[in-house]
Design a protein around this ligand. Structure first.
Ligand code: BG6
Length: 507
């Protein structure tokens, strides 16, 4: 049976047998996301007949142990649905493990040998086509890129080699540029897949479809009709065991540089001429490049930062950020950030984009709201419209998934009274199909060689430029750090950012 994959622009590609190598195989991401995604892809019959997955990490595991560990991981990810034994058997026999350290050059030759051995017992193409996934600590990326780059350069077969780089991609503009340069030394840009898992979410992918498959929204998708756009990504989780990483990152680097700016780019970009990787990414780069880089004064006026203190989330008492493991007791790392950004182009001039994200907030919610301008004149008595809100369009990303249009409607009765009502489309009740996890989409696309939903070098740099400008101003002490209790929706100070008459879409 031949496996086919249809790319976004409609091209049907035959999926060739391949080997995927995961560096960081004993880590959290591999267990929670990568292996369950591969299991689901196997179950759905989306992968070629021959493929293998090799885990690499420092621990002294072997193939059998890797299979046992990954079985636990898949069982946990599937929950009550449970493992399908037939699928598992088919999948597990393709799992291998190579112990190795990124800093030891022999790791790469042993890996190469392992791939050759697997190819000898399966199909030569399993050895020829390779997808390398960097899911280790980012400090190991340079060594891995060098080692893999040399391994790729030494190959004489005509297969493909691709490298997926997990976030964080650098910690500021300069380090992102360095990382891009290093990748470019060994790989062509078309081989590099920088992952942002938000781009794999079904509802995020629907932003494209919503905007560009419907004729009715595009004419009003601009400064003439839109008052402001709000993007909220709130989480109830704290930093958990990731304190050491988070201390260096903070909400701005951890969430804004990638996920929130990607959401903004999808909402604000011009329609691409086609759904090819470069056509889409050109437009995203253009829109990110149209966000003016703020100076210290602009950052002071247009950003709010916060840090959670002890509180109650979902009925459970939780510690404050400063009490989390591996967090310095006098840390000034932000766990919440709100920004007001502008986009200097014809479509958006003068329209503020408000974004906020935080940990340990009252609710888990990712949502984009487009607030339209009010009707120019209301031919009703004042008492008929005491609290009529402007029209809004909500793109719900998670946990609710769907689209809601809020409009004014007449309340039944003898008098004219007007109230806001919602027209809602919900994924769950509309579609019977299961929504694949973001990693399923993205892995399959990398296997098929479709980079549309991966970020390009200039795109990550454009995002880092904005974030680094904000970060630098913060480092000058320009913006105070507001405490907010865990279980709230962030610091009160976020409210003044919006200006009069507006409320945050996530509360
Ligand atoms: C990750 C961040 O990229 O995204 C985490 O590092 C965050 O801090 C996570 O919790 C949120 O992803 P999701 O898919 O749960 O919204």
């Amino acid at each position: 049976m031949i496996s086919m994959h249809q790319t976004r622009d409609g091209e049907r590609r035959v999926l060739q047998p391949f080997t995927m190598v995961i560096f960081g195989a004993s880590g959290d991401l591999t267990e929670r996301k990568l292996i369950p995604a591969l299991y689901h892809l196997t179950a759905g019959g989306h992968l070629p007949v021959e493929f293998s997955v090799i885990g690499v990490a420092r621990r002294k595991w072997d193939d059998a142990y890797m299979r046992a560990k990954m079985r636990e991981a898949v069982a946990k990810a599937l929950g009550p649905e449970g493992i399908d034994e037939r699928v598992w058997d088919d999948f597990a026999r393709r799992l291998y493990y190579v112990p190795g350290d990124a800093t030891d050059p022999s790791t790469f030759s042993r890996l190469d040998q392992a791939i050759a051995d697997i190819a000898a017992s399966t199909s030569p193409e399993v050895g020829r086509n390779r997808l390398y996934y960097l899911a280790t600590l980012p400090s190991l990326y340079p060594k891995l890129i060098e080692g893999l780059g040399e391994l790729e350069a030494a190959r004489s077969d005509r297969g493909w080699g691709r490298i997926i780089v997990e976030k964080p991609f650098g910690h500021d503009l300069e380090s992102a540029i360095q990382l891009n340069r290093l990748l470019a030394r060994y790989f062509d840009e078309s081989q590099v897949y920088r992952i942002d898992h938000y781009l794999g979410k079904e509802t995020v992918q629907n932003i494209f479809v919503f905007r560009f498959a419907n004729g009715i929204f595009e004419p009003i998708w601009n400064r003439n009709y839109i008052d402001n756009v709000q993007i909220t990504v709130s989480e109830t989780l704290g930093v958990g065991h990731r304190g050491a990483y988070y201390e260096e990152a903070g909400a701005l680097r951890d969430m804004v540089q990638n996920h929130l700016l990607q959401l903004l780019a999808l909402v604000a970009m011009e329609p691409p001429a086609s759904f090819t990787a470069d056509a889409v990414r050109n437009e995203k780069v253009k829109v990110l490049g149209s966000i003016p880089l703020p100076d210290v004064e602009a950052v002071t006026k247009n950003s709010v930062r916060g840090q959670y203190t002890a509180g109650v989330v979902g009925g459970e008492p939780v510690p404050g950020y400063l009490q989390e493991a591996n967090v310095s007791p006098d840390s000034t790392t932000e766990t919440y950030v709100a920004l007001r950004l502008g986009i200097d182009n014809w479509r958006w001039a003068g329209v503020p984009f408000f974004i906020q994200t935080g940990k340990r907030m009252a609710t888990r919610c990712s949502r984009i709201t487009i607030y339209f301008k009010r009707a120019p004149h209301l031919p009703f008595q004042r008492f008929a419209v005491p609290d009529l809100k402007p029209n809004s369009l909500v793109l719900n990303i998670q946990p609710e998934q769907g689209v809601t249009l809020s409009i004014g409607a007449k309340v039944p009765g003898p008098q004219v009274r007007i109230r806001n009502v919602d027209m809602t489309f919900e994924y769950e009740s509309t579609f019977k199909e299961r929504s694949p996890d973001a990693y399923e989409h993205l892995l399959l696309e990398a296997i098929a060689g479709d980079a549309t939903m991966y970020t390009r070098a200039d795109e990550v740099e454009a995002a880092w430029k904005i974030v680094t400008a904000i970060r630098n101003a913060w480092d000058e002490g320009a913006v105070p750090l507001h405490p907010y209790p865990a279980g709230s929706m962030g610091p009160e100070a976020k409210r003044w950012l919006l200006g009069r008459g507006r409320v945050w879409n996530g509360g």
